[in-house]
Design a protein around this ligand. Structure first.
Ligand SMILES: [Zn+2]
Ligand SMILES: [Zn+2]
Length: 225
């Protein structure tokens, strides 16, 4: 069985965490702003493409692979370990996200709780600021089109991360779970929310590619095997 706490201390703790959400917080903006920024970067990058060669298309799967690897590493080594200078991120993730949502209580209770699920406001801008010099380097090293494809894929990956993670924290019987495969992805993340597993298992939030590569994909032992 997964860890269960008595209802009242858990509800109290959840209410305490929710009470720390800033007063003027606007959840719709928190979700719409990175989505819009991602869409603008994607559209601009595609518009700037110029006669893409087949080989340049490799930038898309290559960036996705790097995205899965980065997501795995950052979740394991920054969000669940106190990395130098980045301790606040671990604090926010373990003491807010993981305490608010446990494996047997994953769903948001209000739109304001988006604060506890999405990356901090302005993360998308920071991600773009980090990606631009990387794209410039890739443009010099490979080709401008490969760099643009990589930049577009990386921003789409970031926005996809936000939306998928949000979906996992919606009620599992909601209409979004008609999307094939989403329930399996949610289950992978739900297991990560068991406090006994969170520091060692299921670090990919989008698709568990690097959990498979690194042997950190946890699923319950099958009976009778
Ligand atoms: Zn989560
Ligand atoms: Zn985590």
């Amino acid at each position: 069985m997964l860890v269960n706490e008595p209802a009242s201390p858990r509800s109290r703790r959840r209410a305490e965490i929710a009470a720390r959400i800033p007063r003027g917080y606007r959840p719709a903006l928190h979700l719409a702003a990175p989505t819009l920024l991602g869409a603008i970067v994607l559209a601009a990058a595609v518009r700037l493409l110029d006669a893409v060669d087949a080989v340049e298309l490799v930038a898309v799967p290559a960036t996705l692979l790097l995205g899965f690897a980065f997501e795995w590493w950052a979740h394991r080594s920054v969000l669940h370990r106190r990395a130098p200078l980045l301790g606040a991120l671990c604090e926010r993730h373990e003491r807010e996200h993981h305490l608010a949502f446990t494996a047997d209580d994953m769903a948001l209770r209000s739109a304001r709780e988006l604060w506890l699920v999405l990356t901090p406001p302005a993360s998308a801008l920071l991600v773009l600021a980090l990606l631009l010099p990387l794209a410039a380097a890739a443009g010099a090293l490979f080709s401008p089109d490969a760099a643009l494809l990589g930049l577009a894929t990386a921003m789409a990956f970031f926005v996809g991360y936000e939306w998928l993670h949000l979906a996992y924290h919606l009620p599992p019987d909601g209409p979004v779970y008609r999307i094939p495969g989403l329930a399996r992805l949610r289950e992978h993340h739900r297991r990560h929310h068991d406090p006994r597993l969170m520091k060692r298992w299921n670090f990919n939030v989008t698709v568990p590619v690097f959990d498979l590569v690194r042997g950190t994909r946890w699923s319950p032992p099958r009976k009778g095997v």
